[in-house]
Design a protein around this ligand. Sequence first.
Ligand code: GLU
Length: 510
Amino acid sequence: MSTGDPHASRPLRVRMAPSPTGYFHVGSARTALYNWCVARRGHGTFVLRIEDTDRERHQEEQYQGILDALSWLGINWDEGPYRQSERSAFYQANLDLLFDGGYLYACDCTREHVEARTKGKATPGYDGHCRNRGLGRGPGRALRFAVPEGGTTVVHDVIRGDVEFANHTIEDFVVAKSNGDALFVLAVVTDDREMAISHVIRAEEHLPTAPKAVLLWEALNSLGQEHRDGVVMPLPLFAHLPVLVNERRQKISKRRDRVAIEDYRSEGYLPEAIGNYLALLGWSFPDGRELFTRDELVEAFRLEDVNHSPAFFDVQKLRHFNGVYIRQLSDAEFTSRCRTWADEAQDQLGTSVYDSPEWLALAPLVRERVCVLGEVPGYIEFLRGGDLSIDGGSWDKAVAKDEEAGSILSAALSGLKELPGDRWRAGEIKEVITAVAAAHGRKLGKAQAPVRVATMGSTVGLPLFESLQVLGRDAVLRRLSHALDQLRANMQVPGAGQACGPGSGSGKGG
Ligand code: GLU
């Protein structure tokens, strides 16, 4: 894999080891993607292992959530999902081996005792109190690893080079709790060995535990513990991926940022756009190119090109990417994505609208204007039969406060009435409104505004004339006269503001 990799001849086996947390973090998605790319590019094996050490807390639903998120992102695995909660026999076997081999010792110190003893001392952490007490294993006793006092432990990292840790800075860490359960670091090492993992590619936050993993790994090797195929396992190569930060350079977190893949999915992001964008968080192609299909990414991606500086997770850029991907969809594909999205998000507009001829006529215009699928309904809501929901702000601005609005609407109504059904086309509608504009000494755009609000509900949205053609003669005439009635009665139109799409100001006027 990398130059200087002493294990280049090992079968390439990588793994993704998410913990169930109730949502799938964009950082986990990037970790999964990088592992997947490495496996696919090197014709290796991608193992999925769920680190659900505590089964009660981690619900079944959360486990399923991880599988769903990965599948949605198009990241498939070759082995697993394994579940840590089902593997405690492996962990116990290694604890026995390490204890009998003298690498572990039992410890009955409480946290309070340790704190009382170490308060004010230069080296924080455990002070080795039980190291030579010769306690046997038993309930109420944790197991700690006896870290060598001198020397260093080296973590070989593809991205960061060799990272050295002085052993005196590593405390005698706990590997099994006082109730006998193995701790995370031991479980990870046991699994990585048992699964013959060659490259551990994971988030930077795990770098501090990496020297502990190396110590455990080497201890198990020195005890002659062999992998199931009878091979003593060489240390894996590590790759600790750069942290993702927000615009304030803070590590992104659920508390302050939008980090759940599920949220992006329900807003109408496309998995391929998210995948492409995430690939660029820490990795870049030497020539600066940014758009990659999944196959191209597999071809181009190299772990060695990942850098270690924090990567800015820029939601605006992700939005832009998503728009680019949406515009690349064919009419049929766009329609099918919209339908699936509406179904999943249980959008009020429903899914049947996407089967209508009106939709088919407008879909290309919508596709040009949206960045996420969640904006689509806002653009086509005006097609819905029954009462038009008019954006209150738009009504105020373009109708109520425009003294000529009444005259424009009434001229538009009579002009359009003259157009018979067989001439009800965008071009002819435009001619009528152009004449209305001229009669009022206005530019076309200025005359369009009240007509647009009266028939489509908002000052922004799809191009007016195409939309009115699709909406149909009857509905247009009905809405115009309804608006005139409202205006004459000097009534405020109830401001049923729209939550997204054109009403939110993200669309373009037509
Ligand atoms: N379970 C850890 C996580 O969800 C991953 C640990 C590892 O990859 O070694 O971040």
